[in-house]
Design a protein around this ligand. Structure first.
Ligand code: SAM
Length: 624
């Protein structure tokens, strides 16, 4: 919780201010921006190059907004910024709004940050601003947990900002400083308002040259430094010189061209993420239009389901849920026609479900993410009488997935190649060549997003990709069923009526690739409604499905998608199962970051859990 003292944000937990009471803005500029020589270093970047700032405490985001503004003012077009921060005690939406209202000159950026902040989830969050030029990654967890999960040598400049070392020594511990050093490369700089001798010595011990420089306002001194791993301990009072300009760790390593195979959600999201990074993308789809397979249903449900143990898959789904909501806010804002944020109830329809939900509820979840509700609350929230409660997701809802695909693919850097089935993928002089009947397209790198069809391409033949047929049923609404105003999920789901129709689903038939509409699948969908949502089933009367759609999703044993590099220059985003609407966007972000050697959006342990290299090539089987 954010407290206030003399009109400024204050933390009672730590007994310290979030920023200088004289002028937080000027303090940030002096300590962190100038202390890291950022104006100069941003100006030295080349098009396509990324710069990465690491911060230890996000707080109100003021440092982030200042860095964003400076980057826009000084970096050349085409350069981009990663800002990584951690926050153990995220403040709520209103508190953030009130804190940032102190800086009217940042009103526009603050509005965008607030919109993203509303989508925050525990763990890592990745948001984009300024058409993807500015990427913010906030790990909502203890800094000691987050920093060791960064790739080594990924940070170019550090903002050490975690309250005063006397009041929050955990933020300045030896192990944390070692993690900071591990994520630094030669030339990485740091700046902090503290001039405490023991902090300086700790930083020196892990390889930073550190000097005391004039502080801001009444603070006589602060510290700044540079990572010089060969130099370990400097004598007290020794002022190291700084070579200027200080390089970033990355060249313009991104490729000019990438082929993405598959025009469903995974492929469109990958194409979008790459195109936003300035890469020319050819998006190849075998059908005559995008979203012709599993992403083609008229409604997709934003449904995140977690186990009480929150294993790697669930942690990925959690991060993906927050990411998907923010991505949709960009490409398909809520309009009630193509996207509705009506809320979603996961019914405690069986005793096993009730147990899962109550175990999950023991962990404290932010109420904007999910809340446990009883039958009475559930009835009020959904508009349908419920005999049981469940888990309420206020931001849950539905979208029209084919429209999402089209929006994602609408980018000047994306060229669509429809009606083109890739039947061969081979290395070529320029990198890779995707061949099919009457075409051969070359690019430096390639991302395969063609679900179970990927098995036809040589490197994926050994992947245990499984087709899973699913059929939805379109049901005519009645006056009574029209009262449903939230998505209901148990073993199946039903969305509120739109244009007089509900969409209910979905069946699951493993190793079945047929897409015919089956009466028995309709019956199965209705039977699930009857078993778990009796009031809704009754409200629907005798109505029979007026339509349906069957499509084939792709899964793997264990259900964790396969996302990342397969071999040099070859990536995949596969096996999203029924969750593609949630997971495709974050998977795309993972791949785009790998392709461009940028900061990944997830901790290393989750990247490993998703990695095809780790799960298939190294073990010979697809571990869960
Ligand atoms: N950079 C901030 C800004 O621009 O507003 C101010 C940061 S404030 C001085 C320090 C932040 O560190 C607080 O938001 C606090 O909750 C967070 N923090 C403290 N201990 C932490 C820990 N162990 N892990 C992660 N965050 C922590």
């Amino acid at each position: 919780m954010l407290d206030w003292k003399d009109g400024q944000p204050f933390s009672s937990r730590y007994g310290d201010v979030y920023f200088s009471t004289e002028s937080g803005l000027e303090e940030t500029r002096h300590v962190f921006l100038q202390g890291n020589d950022l104006a100069h270093r941003f100006a030295m970047l080349r098009a396509g190059e990324s710069f990465c700032i690491g911060e230890t405490g996000f707080g109100t985001g003021l440092n982030f907004l200042c860095a964003w503004r400076l980057f826009e003012q000084t970096a050349p077009p085409g350069a981009n910024l990663d800002f990584f921060s951690t926050e153990k005690f995220p403040i709520d939406d209103d508190e953030l709004g009130a804190a940032l209202a102190l800086w009217p000159e940042f009103a526009a950026e603050a509005r965008m940050l607030l919109a993203a902040w509303h989508r925050r989830v525990p763990g890592w969050n990745r948001w984009q601003f300024a058409a993807g030029r500015i990427r913010l990654t906030v790990a909502m967890e203890d800094v000691a947990q987050a920093l060791p999960q960064l790739p080594s040598a990924c940070v170019d400049a550090w903002f050490l900002d975690g309250f005063s070392p006397a009041k929050n020594p955990e933020m300045w511990s030896d192990s944390l400083l070692a993690a900071i050093a591990r994520a630094s490369h030669e030339g990485t700089t740091l700046a902090t308002y503290t001039s405490a001798g023991w902090v300086r010595r700790g930083l020196q011990a892990v390889g930073f040259e550190v000097k005391r420089v004039p502080g801001y306002g009444r603070k006589r001194q602060m510290s700044s430094g540079q990572f010089m791993p060969a130099v370990t301990v400097l004598e007290e009072g020794c002022v190291p010189g700084r070579s200027s300009p200080i390089p970033t760790n990355r060249g313009t390593g991104r490729p000019c061209s990438v082929i993405v195979i598959g025009g469903g959600l995974a492929g469109c999201a990958a194409a979008h993420a790459l195109a936003q990074r300035g890469i020319r993308v050819t998006l190849i789809e075998r059908a005559a239009q995008l979203a012709s397979a599993a992403s083609g249903n008229p409604r997709g449900i934003l449904h995140a389901r977690f186990g009480a143990g929150m294993n790697a898959l669930h942690r990925f789904v959690l991060a993906a849920y927050g990411h998907a909501l923010a991505l949709l806010d960009d490409v398909m804002p809520v309009d009630g026609e193509q996207r509705a944020e009506c809320g979603l109830l996961q019914l405690a329809a069986t005793d096993a479900e009730a147990k899962r939900i109550s175990k999950l509820a023991v962990q404290e979840w932010p109420p904007h993410l999910m809340q446990t509700v009883d039958a009475e609350q559930a009835s009020l929230l959904t508009g349908m009488e419920m005999s049981r409660g469940g888990l309420w997701f206020p931001a849950g809802g539905w979208v029209v997935p084919p429209k999402v695909c089209v929006r994602l693919a609408q980018h000047p850097n994306i060229t669509l190649q429809l009606n083109s089935e890739v039947t061969g993928l081979e290395r070529s002089a320029s990198g890779w060549c995707a061949k099919g009947n009457g075409f051969a397209i070359e690019a430096e790198q390639v991302v395969v997003c063609s679900a179970h069809q990927a098995k036809k391409l040589a490197p994926f033949a050994a992947f245990p990709l499984q087709p899973v047929r699913g059929q939805i049923s379109v049901l005519p609404a009645t006056a009574a069923s029209g009262k449903l105003h939230a998505v209901l999920c148990a073993e199946g789901y039903c969305a509120p009526a739109q244009d007089g129709r509900h969409v209910a689903g979905a069946t699951s038939s493993f190793d079945d690739e047929a897409t015919d509409i089956r009466a028995q699948d309709h019956a199965e969908n209705l039977a699930r409604l009857s078993a778990h949502m009796p009031a809704l089933h009754q409200a629907l009367g005798d109505a029979q499905p007026v339509n349906g759609r069957a499509a084939v999703r792709c899964s793997v044993p264990g259900a964790t998608p396969l996302v990342g590099e397969v071999e040099a220059g070859l990536y995949c985003s596969l096996a999203h199962g029924t969750r593609g609407l949630l997971t495709a966007g974050l998977a795309a972000e993972i791949i785009a970051a790998q392709v461009c050697s940028q900061l990944p959006p997830l901790p290393q342990e989750l990247l490993t859990a998703l990695s095809p290299l780790h799960r298939i090539r190294n073990t010979g089987k697809c571990s869960a």
